[in-house]
Design a protein around this ligand. Structure first.
Ligand SMILES: C[S@@+](CC[C@H](N)C(=O)[O-])C[C@H]1O[C@@H](n2cnc3c(N)ncnc32)[C@H](O)[C@@H]1O
Length: 474
């Protein structure tokens, strides 16, 4: 028997929106949520992956390629799954894939080839990593999060998924309009919300529902959407999304922009986002996804274009002027590094897109468009470290191995299940081929898992200490 409790007050509140669908809505809220995953195409060949996972149990999600609903008993549903630890996929609710799909679905005004994008409320990173994968790590994503604890999950997911085009910031989202007006080609505001749509996962989500909490949340959302709109370039596009259902936190928030900025705001219809989208379409062209429509979580997605400039001089904030700790690595110093990558792994410079910078004795890869933001905002994490430089050699970073390991043509060792487990538990591994020397990219099921250093038949474990697992249940 289901333990979902829906307060009478909530039913009364939502009835005008759901209309005759109310019994289906209530029935859907009582059903457990289907689990879904998204394959990480940054580091994983989708076809290869399907062959190593239980492909026969998967149903494609119609609005995102390489995303599937999986059976409840699938081992893929566990974050402890080996392929999950390797970043081969992300456990992401299917409707939560809609905001990025909506952002990129544009026949008339596609994004520039190297877009600068803000993900204003980004943790734990499902949309940041989805977007990075769709952009194939091109362009630059600023992934912002207010909560320090959640920022750590965001950083871990960005690392796990081999994302290289993302920089993390740690601000209240309401600051962006002042800090960075007219800056971003696109913005995702996946706002903090009342979470009414999550009841199939969290049976208590609607138990203590009350209108004042909704109104309080809506007030914050209006400040955030305003900030996002100010921070958007003229001609730019933003997505406003929530996993809640009340119109106070959804339609009304979008209309608050129109009330303030009038003709500068255009709602773009999501009618053609995928076959069947019209079933969730509102008269404005938003998607209001009630859980019974696609048998998913409840979600709301609006696509908004900015048609003219908004910045007022009085709203500008002073730039952040602290010295930027990175400087471009001169080409003459890049050459030996790329020569090493080529000689050791057969990798080409062209495989590594972005700009090469240095910080002390470290080599870093930063997104190209970051130069527009240097000295303007403070970053919590920026691009990825590629390597430490020593007088006679380099030591590649774990982040490098995860992001680029799949490109290695040689000095790449495929670990079996037992050795993968040993590696993840921080142990050294015995290697049959004693001639193998130096840094090795380690893969498991052909997905990079880290680095090791070979010497006379012994593979020294180089997994960062904080990633070593005490136990693994497989
Ligand atoms: C719906 S969640 C975001 C989920 C995320 N986009 C994803 O797909 O994984 C909303 C996030 O907003 C953060 N948040 C709350 N208030 C914020 C604010 N004022 N500025 C920025 N982030 C905020 C919350 O901590 C939470 O992580």
């Amino acid at each position: 028997m289901s333990t979902v409790e829906i307060s009478a007050q909530y039913i009364q509140h939502i009835t005008p929106l759901v209309g005759a669908e109310l019994p289906h809505f209530i029935a859907a809220c009582q059903r457990p949520l289907r689990k879904s995953i998204r394959i990480n195409t940054l580091t994983t060949d989708a076809q290869q992956w399907l062959s190593v996972s239980s492909a026969e149990k998967q149903t494609p999600v119609p609005w995102w390629p390489n995303a599937y609903w999986i059976e409840d008993d699938s081992s893929l549903a566990s974050g402890n799954n080996k392929l999950h630890i390797q970043g081969a996929y992300y456990i992401q609710e299917a409707s939560s894939m809609l905001p990025v799909a909506a952002l990129l679905h544009d026949n008339q005004s596609p994004l520039p080839t190297q877009p600068l994008i803000l993900d204003m409320a980004a943790a734990p990173g499902s949309k940041t990593t989805q977007l990075a994968a769709a952009l194939d790590n091109q362009g630059c994503i600023i992934a912002n999060e207010l909560s320090s604890t959640r920022l750590k999950y965001l950083a871990a997911n960005v690392q796990r998924m081999g994302v290289t085009n993302t920089c993390l910031t740690h601000f209240d989202g309401i600051k962006f309009g002042q800090y960075l007006p007219e800056t971003f080609d696109a913005i995702i505001l996946d706002a903090p919300c009342g979470g009414e749509g999550t009841v199939r996962k969290d049976p208590t989500a609607l138990k203590n529902w009350n209108l004042p909490s909704v109104q309080e949340m809506a007030a914050l959302q209006k400040r955030l959407i305003r900030s996002a709109f100010l921070s958007l370039k003229t001609g730019g596009v933003m997505i406003y999304s929530t996993c809640t259902l009340s119109k106070e936190e959804n339609q009304d928030v979008c209309y608050s922009l129109m009330q303030e900025f009038g003709d500068l705001v255009e709602f773009e219809s999501l009618a053609t986002l995928f076959d069947g989208a019209e079933r969730a379409l509102t008269e404005e062209g938003f998607l209001h996804v009630f859980p019974q429509i696609f048998d998913s979580e409840g979600f709301f997605i609006a696509k908004i274009r900015k048609l003219g400039p908004t910045t007022k001089a009085s709203e500008l904030a002073k730039p952040y002027l602290k010295k930027f700790p990175f400087e471009p690595l001169p080409t003459k110093n890049q050459k030996p590094f790329f020569a090493y990558l080529n000689q050791q792994f057969g990798m080409k410079e062209a495989h590594i897109s972005g700009s090469i910078w240095q910080r002390d004795k470290e080599i870093w890869l930063l997104p190209d468009s970051i130069k527009h933001l240097i000295g303007v905002i403070k970053f919590n994490r920026i691009g990825i470290k590629l390597a430490d430089v020593y007088p006679k050699n380099y030591r590649l970073s774990y982040d490098f191995a995860i992001a680029f390991g799949h490109l290695a043509q040689r000095n790449r060792i495929e670990l079996n299940q037992t050795d993968t487990k040993s590696y993840l538990m921080g142990k050294d591994i015995k290697i049959e081929d004693k001639s193998q020397m130096g840094e090795q990219i380690l893969t498991s099921d052909q997905v990079a898992i880290g680095l090791g250093k070979c010497n006379k038949g012994k593979l020294k474990n180089q997994l960062p200490r904080e990633l070593v697992k005490d136990k693994l249940n497989w």
